[in-house]
Design a protein around this ligand. Structure first.
Ligand code: FAD
Length: 278
């Protein structure tokens, strides 16, 4: 992927030619491996005790949701965090340099001709919740205040830092280690190899570099009204008989990473319900 990312003319021509017969890098996702993994460290009693303390100290500063909702959200996420068979992190391997810029776009690879491997981490069940508010009665895209509040909940950073520490362990352990150049180049903003063993370094790196994955959900959640919900199980807006919402906004809790398949499911569900009522 690196030659494509560097806009190498020969690599682009070869990829275009392959795509004409629906093959090559342009015919598939940029990622070549995806893994859903439970919270690292659950297997040792010590880590479990540490995690339990963290769970108990987790406090939400979300002003956009009701207390009842936050309690039930925390209880759901906590059940996932302590389960060895439920994933809290999604690891995506990309055979190339895929560092984000601060505004969420992709940064070009550092100067040179090296090949890179990128491990991207997604928090599967974030507790942080943002808000969307209309700021004026005029119909304009700029009349909306969007605040995603990434990593606002302290537990999100703790969990992500543990996944980051584990990702570095994967990269320095066989079978992956021998595919990488020992002491080779890293993301320019990353600390020296091995630094993420210190969770504080991992958290600091995440605070500086983590970006959103454009997986916005939950602004018109399908939930009871007293929990802060907007639509009922039939996708009808509470208090209205014939107004339905059908898109990613009705998903109350972000699904485990990529939401597009769930959006298709919501659309199928809506089509069936509406057809049945005709
Ligand atoms: C860069 C990026 C990468 C992503 N990658 C993935 C991925 O790899 N996998 C995955 O599962 N998800 C991915 N997502 C998320 C996924 O695309 C969204 O969750 C999904 O598209 C949401 O569907 P939706 O129907 O709610 O909204 P949208 O897909 O945004 O659809 C809204 C539609 O409404 C139209 N519209 C807006 N205003 C008006 C208006 N006034 N009148 C008429 N039409 C209007 C828009 O043009 C648009 O077509 C990605 C998102 C982004 C931005």
């Amino acid at each position: 992927m690196d030659k494509l990312i560097r806009q190498d003319a020969d690599a682009i021509a070869a990829a275009m030619e392959a795509y004409a017969s629906q093959k090559g890098p342009m015919s598939r996702s940029g990622a070549n491996l995806v893994a859903q993994l439970p919270t690292p460290g659950l297997e040792t009693g010590e880590d479990l005790a540490e995690l339990t303390t963290l769970l108990q100290s987790g406090v939400s500063d979300s002003h956009s949701m009701s207390k009842a909702f936050m309690q039930s959200h925390e209880s759901f996420v906590h059940s996932i965090l302590t389960s060895p068979s439920e994933a809290t992190g999604c690891y995506i391997a990309i055979p190339g340099f895929a560092g984000p810029t601060g505004d969420g776009w992709m940064a070009p690879p550092p100067p040179g001709q090296e090949n890179y491997l990128t491990l991207t981490l997604l928090l599967a069940h974030p507790l942080s919740r943002g808000s969307v508010h209309v700021t004026s009665s005029s119909i304009s895209p700029s009349a909306v205040a969007i605040d995603p509040k990434y990593l606002a909940h302290p537990l999100d950073l703790e969990i992500m830092a543990r996944h980051l520490r584990f990702a570095e362990k994967i990269a320095t352990t066989e079978p992956l280690a021998s595919h990488l150049v020992a002491g080779g180049k890293r993301n320019p903003s990353a600390p020296p190899a091995g630094s993420f063993a210190d969770l504080n370094v991992a958290k600091d790196y995440l605070r500086k570099t983590a970006v959103g994955a454009h997986h916005f959900t939950g602004t018109c959640s399908m939930m009871p009204k007293d929990l802060g919900g907007v639509v009922d199980a039939q996708l009808r807006v509470h208090g209205c008989r014939n107004l339905r919402v059908c898109d990613a906004s009705i998903i109350p809790l972000t699904p485990r990473t990529n939401p597009q398949a769930t959006v298709y499911g919501v659309a199928e569900h809506a089509a069936r319900m509406i057809r049945a009522g005709l």
